[in-house]
Design a protein around this ligand. Structure first.
Ligand SMILES: Cc1ncc(C[n+]2csc(CCOP(=O)(O)OP(=O)(O)O)c2C)c(N)n1
Ligand SMILES: [Mg+2]
Length: 447
């Protein structure tokens, strides 16, 4: 008879018992309440023992006499850690281990407000046609700032594209964000990237690349290289749950776990991959549930709770440092914005759903907690909001007025000397631009 048993936990309990070995027959729990019999495990002295295990290298898997289908859905999902509920109230009986001090709490909050303000005004500027593209992180401010605060500056970050809060936390100014989005003379990438594709070597933040999930295997490789070089920091890669549907996700997870790369896989599960809802991206226990298949520990955390995010990240980081091996974190949230300025989410999801999530605003949630602690006032709130707004408006104007880089920059810096084929392409573009001035942006010097 074939029966269904709870797969994962039953199997790992058996494995653990098998690895420990020794006298007593392990009790292998199953969700069906029936126990699995391990045949021949405890052969009596003098008797020839039946083979009890499938053994290969460090694997010792007990043979059983019962043919079972291991049904993962019977094991239940991984729970989600949170400190603050949706109204900003602490849900723990004793929260002392999961708080932050006043200075850190205020800094986290101020960064979240600045991020929200910058996103609001940059988004509007893009809609006015002032630059070509923008992405906000509405709904995920706590995921990004909470995790950034839990990392060390020396940790190398390989981000997806919605994690500009990490750069803000590390000190990137409003002006530097604006210069990049306008692709002006001051942009560190010389205007050669799409807006929001930031990169800062001096902040250990690798340049964003649009093709989804490429940052994961790169991060695993970097973590491995850093380990070999005894680098005193870890590697962190951010990615969406949609990106986790790419093959690169699996390659990176396997690479990282088999080579014990010291890194955090930080998944932002915001419910959507543009128009595809997460329940169409995967079955099973989300992204965190995949950790065990790769022998990788995992944490699931409320990504709209800044305190929970901060502590999940510090605990994950400690684990990585101590064990010199990877860990997976899945932060649960909701993308309350459109995917990008090229998207209209009202075409594929109910406005009411989005509004219900917007009401759980992670920034307001953290503000309530700070106020409750006596660390934040209404007056400070209006000053911070007004000043941030003023500062962002100013940098947008400044960035707009700044000169663009010349066309020639397009082909420089990649090779020591510009190769012939790029030189030829540049000459062609130049001629085209001169001939068809009306088709060419008038603020970019041709020569
Ligand atoms: C290889 C590749 N395929 C498709 C795309 C188009 N694309 C850009 S973002 C995106 C959805 C990603 O969703 P998720 O990883 O959940 O991140 P989120 O936007 O929700 O933060 C897609 C399909 C791409 N950039 N690269
Ligand atoms: Mg997503």
């Amino acid at each position: 008879m074939i029966r269904y048993v709870a797969g994962r936990w039953g199997a790992s309990a058996a494995l653990r018992a098998a690895r420990i070995g020794g006298g007593s027959l392990p009790e292998l729990p199953t969700s069906s309440g029936r126990s699995v019999v391990v045949r021949g495990y405890a052969a009596k002295a003098g008797e020839a023992a039946e083979p009890s295990f499938y053994e290969f290298r460090d694997r010792k898997i007990p043979f059983v006499s019962q043919l079972d289908i291991h049904e993962p859905s019977l094991t239940g999902g991984m729970p989600c850690f949170r400190v603050l509920d949706e109204t900003g109230q602490c849900v723990l009986d004793d929260a002392s281990a999961y708080e932050v001090d006043e200075e850190l709490g205020r800094k986290m909050y101020e960064n979240m407000v600045k991020l929200q303000t910058m996103d609001t005004l940059f988004y509007e500027a893009q809609r006015q046609g002032r630059f070509s593209f923008y992405m906000t992180c509405f709904g995920e401010e706590a995921t990004v700032i909470g995790s950034a605060a839990g990392l060390d500056f020396k940790d190398h970050v390989f981000a997806q594209y919605r994690e500009h809060g990490v750069l803000m936390w590390r000190g990137q100014t409003f002006q530097e964000f604006a210069d990049q989005c306008y692709g002006n003379h001051r942009d560190y990438n010389k205007g050669r990237q799409m807006p929001v594709h930031y990169g800062r070597k001096d902040m250990n933040f690798q340049t964003i690349s649009s093709p989804l999930c490429t940052q994961l295997p790169q991060a695993a490789g970097a973590a491995y290289a850093n380990k070999l070089a005894n680098y005193d920091g870890i590697t962190v890669t951010y990615f969406g749950e949609g990106a986790a549907s790419e093959g690169d996700f699996h390659a990176a997870m396997n690479f990282a776990s088999t080579l014990a790369c010291p890194m955090i896989f930080m998944c932002r599960n915001n419910g959507w991959a543009i128009s595809t809802p997460s329940d169409e991206q995967y079955t099973g226990d989300g992204i965190a549930g995949r950790g065990s298949a790769y022998g990788m520990p995992a944490i699931r955390v409320d990504g709209m709770d800044a305190l929970a995010m901060f502590h999940a990240t510090t605990i994950a980081r400690d684990y990585v440092v101590k064990n010199q091996s990877p860990i997976l974190v899945e932060a649960m949230s909701y993308r309350t914005s459109h995917h990008s300025t090229s998207d209209d989410s009202s075409r594929y999801r109910e406005l009411s759903e989005m509004k219900a999530w917007k009401a759980r605003d992670p920034v307001a949630r953290f503000q309530i907690w700070l106020e409750h602690k006596g660390w934040w006032t209404e007056e400070e709130e209006s000053v911070l909001r007004a000043e941030s707004r003023k500062a962002v408006m100013k940098v947008l104007d400044m960035a707009e007025r700044e000169q663009k880089r010349p066309l020639r920059d397009l082909v420089e810096d990649v090779y020591d000397v510009v190769p012939e084929h790029l030189e030829k392409q540049y000459q062609e573009i130049k001629e085209f631009a001169k001939k068809h001035k009306h088709l060419y942006p008038n603020d970019i010097p041709i020569e």
